[in-house]
Design a protein around this ligand. Structure first.
Ligand SMILES: [Zn+2]
Ligand SMILES: [Zn+2]
Length: 279
């Protein structure tokens, strides 16, 4: 089983590996830069070397690492300058991941801001296709959404339809978030529910395209569209469902990454440990 959590790069990017090792992770996710701004400071040769050296020295497989896009870009934006900046940011991140040897970049699908799904998807596909031209081995992973207003891709059928439009195909994959799936209506609370959900996923997207699993329990109820992650087993998905997901995913050797909160109830050290205990 490859399992870990999102870790901070605070201080310098190689600190992410220390943070992952400390938490006994065998997989991890980072932001390659401050996720709250548009500007990304260029990675120096030294940053890159330190990150790669530390990763090599750890027992973590390079293919169990991923980066997440920053928060501000909106790949479905109807505003021309906002769209352009977002595409530029996506291209930049694909390049940064390539330099760091990170194989996967997870991205949200953006918001069409009320202009309709069809137009939003057109822009999204254009943005992704542009970034797909970057010549390196980084794969862009589309993350299923929680089904918030003006978003697309919470429904596996629609996610699959978007995914199939992307070329070259080898540059694209999918990241499934369990919290997002649950709050958009997929019942992950029981073993049967999990089985049925992944059957749907297989039908529309294909398990071979699933490269990273975001394992999060949900604060909200099924179908509520609320993107609020919760501690593993303590949310509305619960222990039975989480356990069934972990078993199914680790059998397929897909890296599992937690994006759970850090609060008085638990921190990420504990959530990582609990996932290992559940199987
Ligand atoms: Zn995400
Ligand atoms: Zn989320």
């Amino acid at each position: 089983m490859q399992i870990g959590c999102h870790v901070s790069i605070s201080g310098s990017i190689d600190k992410a590996v220390d943070n992952a090792v400390e938490r006994e992770c065998s997989a991890f996710q980072i932001f390659t830069r401050n996720p709250r701004g548009w500007h990304a400071k260029e990675l120096s040769e030294e940053d890159i070397k330190n990150f790669k050296d530390k990763l090599k020295a750890s027992k973590i497989d390079q293919f169990a690492t991923c980066a997440h896009m920053p928060y501000l870009p909106n790949l479905s934006s109807p505003k021309p300058d906002g769209f352009e900046k977002s595409v530029k940011s996506l291209v930049e991140e694909v390049e940064r991941c390539g330099k760091l040897g990170i194989p996967y970049l997870v991205t949200h699908l953006g918001s069409h801001l009320g202009t309709g799904e069809e137009e939003g998807i057109k822009r999204l596909v254009k943005a992704l296709t542009t970034a797909g031209q970057v010549k390196n081995d980084v794969m862009i992973l589309l993350e299923n959404t929680a089904g918030q207003k003006n978003s697309v891709g919470s429904d596996f059928k629609q996610l699959g339809e978007i995914f199939k439009q992307l070329k070259p195909a080898k540059k694209f994959g999918v990241c499934l978030d369990t919290c997002h799936a649950f709050v958009s209506g997929y019942d992950l609370r029981t073993e049967k529910g999990v089985k049925d959900t992944f059957k749907e996923f297989e039908k529309h997207v294909g398990m071979e395209n699933l490269k990273i699993l975001h394992l999060n329990d949900a604060k909200g109820e099924i179908g509520c569209n609320l993107d609020r992650h919760y501690h593993i087993g303590l949310g509305n998905i619960g222990e039975e469902g989480m356990t069934a997901v972990i078993k199914l995913i680790s059998k397929k050797k897909i890296p599992i990454v937690l994006e759970t909160p850090i609060d008085d109830t638990r921190d990420d050290f504990e959530n990582v440990r609990i996932v290992k205990e559940l199987v």
